[in-house]
Design a protein around this ligand. Structure first.
Ligand code: PLP
Length: 409
């Protein structure tokens, strides 16, 4: 169907800029081209679009190549990401798949050593079957990328900040500067899923590409899977669009609509989730647990995170010192569902080493100092007092608060 640069390819979003503050822009979806002035962007649940002439050439012809609901979503997300163009695909992993297709056999990727599990799996696949090698480095130290930067071979530098579940921070502007100085052809790519564009906008910090699992905060309700890629240069987006059209991973109209609906409340959801997360992190620290949260002054990169992001977010992890105790806490919590993922309006609790990160071999988990007793909390929009009470009851019944018997009676 439509080719990347043919006149028929829907020209989405190039050059849009924000006029108002984020919370205003995110709830304001431009639908001014609607023939009936619909308040909500309609779902164009159609695979094909009729053409006026034998030569075709209409704005839309086939939904793999372009669909009006998807275009509205892409324009809206480009605006809130500060991207020249954004593209919507079927999952976060699909977003990374599309990006990594810019890398040719023999070229290299530099990436963090504490990445999302699915990202590791895709990078391993590229190494074993496509002759694309990834160097994993500790991105908390910006200089660690330097020895691997090769002006000929390096194609992507892939960053995540904060990482999950250890909440390590990397200095996007400094690393981007190193990469661009030494490797003008390399692209700095940031997985911004954990922060969302409300709290962190990597394209404004020097990254070339930012992507999200929209399954998380962007949609906010755990009722769809989607991925979003945004680029600083529209020429990079054009190359990615070519891949999306060639492979057929563009987001369908119904999921595009659902995501457009969910993202409108991103700022209010995140404000509420973050305010509760700050209180819960404080509570756990006061009980003597080791807490990993960039909003804690004890976080080793507290100042760095504050410089690059507008808030600490709503995911934190803590150590109990004992795997059995951690298991009992997770199972005793009633308001907190035992679940992988994050970014939902409901609160979640999990032990990463047992669930989301179980696919990483134990010796590598140990090498990366991923504590087996680690508990991850993803804070939702429930009443914070209820969340704290429920957590305290779970800690008590698991025997994690030995000094608290007196206080409890
Ligand atoms: C969930 C997640 C992904 C993958 O997204 P899917 O939508 O599940 O494919 C990638 N990166 C991070 C940081 C994630 O949390």
């Amino acid at each position: 169907m439509t080719d990347a640069l043919s006149p028929g390819s829907p020209a989405s979003s190039v050059g849009l800029r924000r006029k108002y503050r984020f919370a205003t822009e995110v709830v304001t979806v431009d639908n001014s081209d609607d023939p009936h002035n619909a308040a909500s962007v309609p779902i164009y649940q159609s695979a094909t679009f009729k053409q006026k002439t034998a030569a075709g050439g209409g704005e839309y012809d086939y939904s793999r190549s372009g669909n009006p609901t998807r275009t509205h979503l892409e324009n809206h997300l480009a605006k809130i990401m500060g991207a020249s163009r954004a593209l919507a695909v079927t999952s976060g992993m699909s977003a990374l798949d599309v990006i990594t297709r810019l890398v040719r056999a023999g070229e290299e990727i530099i990436a963090g050593d504490d990445l999302y599990g699915g990202t590791n799996r895709l990078l391993t696949f590229l190494a074993t079957s496509q002759n694309i090698k990834t160097h994993h480095v500790d991105t908390t130290c910006s200089e660690s990328v330097l020895p691997f930067l090769d002006p000929v071979k390096t194609r992507l530098v892939l960053l995540e900040t904060p990482t999950n579940p250890l909440i390590k921070i990397c200095d996007i502007p400094t690393i981007a500067k190193y990469v661009h100085e030494k490797c003008p052809n390399a692209l700095v790519v940031v997985d911004n899923t954990m922060m969302s564009p409300y709290l962190q906008r990597p394209l404004e910090l020097g990254a070339d590409i930012s992507y999200h699992s929209a399954t998380k905060y962007l949609s906010g309700h755990h009722d769809l899977m989607a991925g979003i890629v945004g680029t600083r240069e529209s020429s990079v987006a054009d190359q990615l669009y070519y891949v999306i059209n060639a492979t057929g991973c563009g987001l369908g109209p119904f999921d595009s609509w659902l995501l457009l609906r969910g993202v409108k409340t991103l700022a209010v959801r995140m404000d509420k989730q973050q305010a509760s997360a700050i209180r819960i992190a404080e509570y756990l620290e006061n009980q003597g647990f080791k807490v990993h949260y960039p909003g804690s002054r004890k976080h080793p990169q507290y100042e760095l995170h504050k410089r690059i992001a507008d808030g600490p977010g709503a995911v934190l992890s803590f150590e109990t010192g004992d795997i059995g105790i951690s298991e009992r806490i997770v199972e005793a919590a009633k308001l907190w569902s035992i679940s992988v993922s994050f970014g939902c309006v409901n609160s979640l609790i999990s032990m990463p080493c047992r669930m989301s990160h179980a696919s990483i071999p134990a010796h590598i988990r140990a090498e990366r100092s991923l504590p087996e007793d680690l508990i991850r909390l993803c804070i939702g929009i429930e009443d914070c007092e209820d969340l704290l009470e429920d957590l305290e009851l779970a800690l008590l019944s698991a025997g994690a608060l030995p000094g608290l018997d007196a206080k409890a009676t």
